[in-house]
Design a binder for this molecule. Structure first.
Ligand code: HEM
Length: 425
């Protein structure tokens, strides 16, 4: 765990601001999901779903991913963040742009002058993400270290730039259409570049490094990791090309590459896990293992949509289930699991470490007992299971029960992190 601390790390306030925004985003997303659950059905392009998707990714997952990157990149690559001031400027733009964009999606009013909210906020949020990505890429390129995690982070940031550029273009296109292709085709490319290209590669690369640190695992071979890296990059390229009209062969090859990437990721995680010196596993590890199950299910749902003659009503239901499994399921679960490790460690580092040897201090993992984390784990995954099942069998009652349970788990998660954050030596 000492691997997360370094003299190069940026100020703790920067990380706290991003994690705080992300947890607030999770609470807002889970509450909105519970409210919308009864009517969560139909074609995926609709205001409530656009709003929910972006509340989830931009409100909850993105600030946490960006905060974690600012802590991890300087540590792993032994260089300070290129400009902490730029990171704060990006944060300010993001804190204005992202909520405006999400509100713009929920209302989806493209008439004048209301449509300005969507386009202006999309531009601000996109600019913020560009600044973050460029600042982090400049930080990474200043380092002489070339590693598996580094390659994943660089590629993930490049996909983020592409996804965000497409997102901003589509927002302007919604107000006054100018794109030469149907917007839903661009939407698919945007969503896969963001979800699989950015979040997928980021999670893979960062998970390898964090698992090595948390499980005290050294010397695992990296071949599977590199195969996964190549396969996922190819998958995003091939899927993007197929959505934009390159044809079925690209689609099939893209799905095969995504499956190879997922398999290689699991093999690499297994290689790290099997060399661990810390034998005891905790809730954080259970979240990580569960997230891999969501990833496999999302892949199965995506492959079924692409390869089987799925008709209505299953077409819409399977699309929604695919989105739920991939975004709050896979990405959200791994984010929750890793925050249970990162936050206690940072609180311990900044508040407790200086008292080591002077008085008795708890370890990072002792800042919160396991029981509330376990309750949160079960509520979160029972909730997700209820939601996905409710979408598939079109049961408003099941969807609502699942969403309420998920919201309960989100509040318990925020409470658990709050307890850790409030601990004093
Ligand atoms: C500043 C950043 C972003 C902007 C400006 C943006 C913009 C947009 C726009 C305008 C659409 C609707 C496109 C259309 O059909 O006309 C859209 C759809 C979508 N975006 Fe984003 N986006 C951003 C970030 C993200 C991220 C990070 C993800 C991560 C997964 C994401 C996932 C999606 C998904 C899944 C949809 C389809 C939702 C649905 O149809 O219900 N977006 N985005």
């Amino acid at each position: 765990m000492q691997g997360l601390a370094t003299r190069h790390a940026p100020s703790w306030r920067l990380i706290q601001a991003h994690f705080g925004l992300g947890v607030a985003g999770l609470l807002a997303f889970s509450a909105a999901l519970a409210v919308c659950a009864p009517s969560l059905q139909g074609f995926f392009f609709q205001p409530a779903l656009l709003g929910l998707v972006h509340l989830c990714v931009l409100g909850w997952l993105m600030p946490i991913a960006i905060g974690a990157l600012h802590q991890l990149v300087p540590v792993v690559f032994e260089v300070p963040v290129r400009s902490e001031r730029l990171a704060w400027i990006a944060f300010a733009l993001y804190a204005v742009g992202a909520p405006g964009l999400i509100t713009g999606f929920f209302t989806l009013d493209t008439s004048e002058p209301a449509g300005l909210l969507l386009t202006t906020s999309a531009t601000l949020a996109a600019l913020a993400l560009f600044l973050y990505a460029v600042n982090l890429l400049a930080t990474l390129l200043a380092s002489a270290r070339r590693t598996l995690t580094g390659a994943h982070v660089v590629a993930a940031l490049c996909w983020l730039l592409i996804a965000v550029a497409l997102g901003a273009l589509m927002a302007w296109n919604l107000r006054a259409p100018f794109l030469p292709v149907f917007h839903v085709l661009v939407l698919r490319t945007h969503a896969h570049a963001a979800a699989l290209g950015f979040f997928g590669l980021l999670i893979m690369g960062v998970a390898y490094r964090l698992l090595e640190m948390f499980l005290l695992s050294y010397g695992a071979p990296e071949r599977a990791g590199w195969i996964g890296f190549a396969a996922v990059n190819f998958a995003v390229l091939l899927l993007g090309a197929s959505f934009l009209g390159a044809g079925d062969a690209f689609l099939r090859a893209g799905i095969a590459a995504a499956a190879i990437g997922t398999g290689a990721f699991v093999l690499q995680v297994h290689a790290i896990f099997s060399r661990r010196m810390r034998r005891r596993t905790d809730v954080s590890w259970h979240h990580t293992a569960t997230s891999i199950a969501y990833l496999a299910l999302a892949l199965a749902a995506g492959a079924a949509l692409a390869l089987l003659p799925v008709g209505e009503p299953w077409w819409d239901r399977l699309h929604l289930a695919y989105g739920l499994l991939a975004i709050p399921g896979f990405i959200g679960t791994i984010v929750v699991g890793q925050l249970y490790k990162i936050v206690p460690f940072l609180v311990w580092l900044h508040r407790f470490s200086r008292f080591v040897g002077l008085k008795k201090v708890p370890s990072a993992s002792e800042l919160l007992p396991e029981a509330p984390k376990r309750v949160q784990y079960f509520a979160m995954h029972l909730g997700m299971a209820g939601l996905v099942a409710g979408v598939l069998v079109d049961s408003p009652a099941l969807r609502t029960a699942g969403a309420v349970l998920f919201a309960g788990s989100a509040f318990l998660f925020a409470r658990n992190l709050g307890v850790i954050h409030a601990r004093q030596p």
